[in-house]
Design a protein around this ligand. Structure first.
Ligand SMILES: [Zn+2]
Length: 429
């Protein structure tokens, strides 16, 4: 296991979830958002000096997404609640993180949680909005108000276990949302696919003993941080798949792992929603990763995951940023990722519209998975087919919060992509 080089009063309640809706012009123009992008400028408030996991990461991605998809629907991330965090984390860890936040806010100093995971005075809101983004995206997908979503948030989450913050991660953003999907939103089976170059040990720790959960990860193994994710780690119900690679692995082996093993297993598991831990640090230009992927590979794997989701769960996919530390590489990779999500969502909307136009065929059961009438399936299908009161409410909220859109745009524009990220930490998300 690689060592981690040194790097860089519990509150009564997390700020209440504002759930404020703020959308890009796509939704303001009356179009239903097929793919949502969720972000919040507060995520850029968490900044540890000379740390790889820096604000320029999410900023550079948001700028690239805005440049490439100027009309993409966007929403501001709400704060997560303590109750929601408890769907994945122990009360002990939740209390510990917020106590450290309070200590940093009071002292103005950095407060460490592990050797390369530290809190500064502006970390709290970044942490709660990062987790809140993925939870909110999951609710939006569950309600059928979008087909899929990408959460461009930080700090990342996949190394955070139910009881331990580590590897730049405080709370497990995807893990919390996966717990919510099952416990609160009626999804029977939930799946997480993690293509970050590091093993998603925290997510695995939370899901491996749950019969309704599936976790698959590709990563560099054999001692690479965090030192877990060997192929024999299969979970209590054989519901975990780890595909560790040697350093230097490129596109061919990466794609083969998905085509031959992970995607067939995902399809067999038959999830009701698929989460993606989208780390882009397996890119060939990443300073911390040790793989040789390109942006095209991230687009490819996203399309393939979405293709399975289209067949088994009406295309429901919620993706969240994890690692990735070369700003240009992660920007190009995120654009390829979101392009694939958008293409998949558009195709899903097309299928739903065709099904709605042919009700007789749907009644005869030939309309595909969209016709399956279990809980979230039915809700998503219905809301996909025609505008609802919820859509109207969103449209109204969008008008009210147009100023927030402008604020977000302004905040993004002001941020500069700096190259001060480099140097110390060796752990990463
Ligand atoms: Zn990583």
């Amino acid at each position: 296991m690689a060592s981690l080089a040194a790097a860089a009063a519990e509150v009564a309640a997390v700020a209440s979830p504002t759930n404020q809706l703020s959308t890009g012009q796509g939704q303001l123009n009356g179009e239903e958002p097929a793919t949502l992008v969720i972000h919040h400028s507060a995520c850029e408030g968490h900044q540890i000096p000379r740390h790889f996991e820096c604000p320029a990461r999410s900023h550079s991605i948001m700028k690239a997404l805005s440049d490439n998809f100027p009309s993409m629907p966007r929403q501001l991330a709400p704060n997560i609640t303590r109750e929601e965090l408890s769907l994945f984390h122990t009360e002990r860890l939740i209390g510990k993180v917020f106590a450290r936040c309070a200590a940093s806010e009071q002292s103005g100093n950095l407060v460490s949680l592990d050797v390369d995971t530290a809190i500064m005075p502006r970390s709290r809101e970044a942490i709660t909005r990062a987790a809140g983004a993925v939870a909110h995206a999951t609710k939006e997908v569950a309600a059928g108000r979008c087909v899929n979503a990408f959460c461009c948030v930080r700090p990342p989450g996949h190394h955070a276990t139910p009881d331990v913050s580590m590897g730049f991660c405080f709370f497990n953003n995807v893990g919390v949302a996966a717990g919510m999907a099952h416990e609160q939103l009626g999804f029977e089976r939930v799946a997480v696919v993690d293509f970050d170059v590091h093993h998603g040990n925290g997510t695995q720790a939370g899901l491996e003993k749950l019969p309704y959960a599936f976790f698959a990860s590709t990563h560099v193994g054999y001692g690479f941080y965090p030192g877990t994710g060997e192929a024999h780690e299969r979970g209590k119900f054989k519901n975990v798949i780890n595909m560790p690679f040697l350093e230097g692995t490129g596109s061919g082996d990466f794609r083969a792992a998905y085509a031959d093993v992970i995607l067939p297993a995902l399809r067999e598991f038959d999830p009701d929603i698929v989460f993606i831990s989208a780390g882009f640090d397996a890119h060939e230009d990443d300073p911390l990763g040790e793989m040789e992927l390109t942006a095209d590979d991230f687009g490819w794997v996203t399309r393939e995951i979405c293709a399975v989701a289209a067949d088994v769960c009406n295309g429901r996919v919620v993706s969240a940023l994890e690692g990735g530390y070369n700003f240009e590489a992660i920007s190009k990779s995120a654009v390829a990722h979101v392009q694939a999500l958008r293409d998949a969502a558009a195709a899903q909307r097309g299928r739903a519209a065709a099904a709605a136009a042919a009700p007789a065929a749907a009644e005869e059961g030939v309309a595909g998975p969209a016709a399956v009438g279990e809980g979230p399936e039915a809700a998503a299908t219905d809301e996909t087919a025609q505008p609802t009161l919820a859509d109207a409410a969103i449209a109204a909220a969008a008008v009210e919060t147009a100023a927030e859109v402008a604020e977000l745009e302004e905040a993004i524009a002001k941020l500069e992509v700096t190259e001060d990220a480099a140097l110390t930490p060796t752990a990463q998300s």
